[in-house]
Design a protein around this ligand. Sequence first.
Ligand code: PAP
Length: 336
Amino acid sequence: MAASLTSPLCDQQHSNSNERYEETLAKLPIGKGWATEHLVHYQGFWLTPRTALKGLMWIQDHFNPRATDIFLASSPKTGTTWLKALIFAIVNRTRYGISDHPLLTAGPHDCFPFLDTYVDGNNRSLHELDVLPSPRLLSTHLPLGLLPNSMTDDQSCRLVYICRDPKDVLVSKWLFLNKLRPRQLPPLSLEEAFELFCQGVSHYGPYWNHVLGYWKASLENPEKILFLKYEDLKKDPFVVVKRLGEFIGHPFSLEEESGGVVEGILKLCSFENLSNLEVNKTSVLKYSRDIRVDNRDFFRKGEVGDGNNYLTEEMIQRLNAIISEKLLGSGLELGN
Ligand code: PAP
């Protein structure tokens, strides 16, 4: 039963969610983790036990969306950071000038909260989201099928999804998560990461099922779900950002277009600009009680096709074949 976010969650509600979490966790199959020792298999997806599974229980039990919410959903390493910056800049473009913009002094993840980590007792509380002004910008890595019905059924709130070539996702994820891997665990080799990825055993994986869930829903409900590809954003950012503005209810006027507002946003949110800002070079993001990430690790290369520089020809062929088979008949193509 969802609790109202206007009153603090009572101890009973806390302990109900904690009990549900503990009981569920005890029954789940485990697989090898990338940045944690294990992942757990919950309703078809591989999740980190302490962060993703627990966050999911909290969202399912206590989160109430608003009709004005704008959600960004993504599988990790598909372009979340970039899209967070872009959506934040689009929505707030009349509030801030380019010289005093919050994105100059705060990381994209600080400007656009990650819903999945608002577990009470996790150094933060779902109530922090309650005081955010509308429209709230909230991100999730959860697959569509695990989101509460209140989020998916509401026709008013908007959801933007981004996906990316699985080879680039795999390599980006492997490099990133090895940095978060505890020192007592040996580093995960690329060969191991590749095998796990191909078996679907990776954070929020199988990757193709994550993508397919949102893809199919976007075809059924294009007014509510906008499905984007990282590669399209790289290739034609002007067109995609204009489309994004329209979709989230903040369309660019002709004056704005001719006045260079779209270009200004693209420049502000470009990899070159964001990755060179002091805040993104030096500050640390507190993901949860246990996980801290250096903001600079969200900015590596930001290129299309870099996965091919790490994977062997055989790996590329094998992953391409898996993806083609999994996406067969869906009308969706990923990578090459
Ligand atoms: P997350 O899931 O941890 O939030 P996410 O932002 O989805 O990560 O993905 C990170 C990738 O986006 C990195 O790709 P790479 O490892 O292949 O380089 C990162 O470099 C890239 N990225 C971050 N910011 C931008 C940006 N402004 N423009 C283009 N790519 C970006």
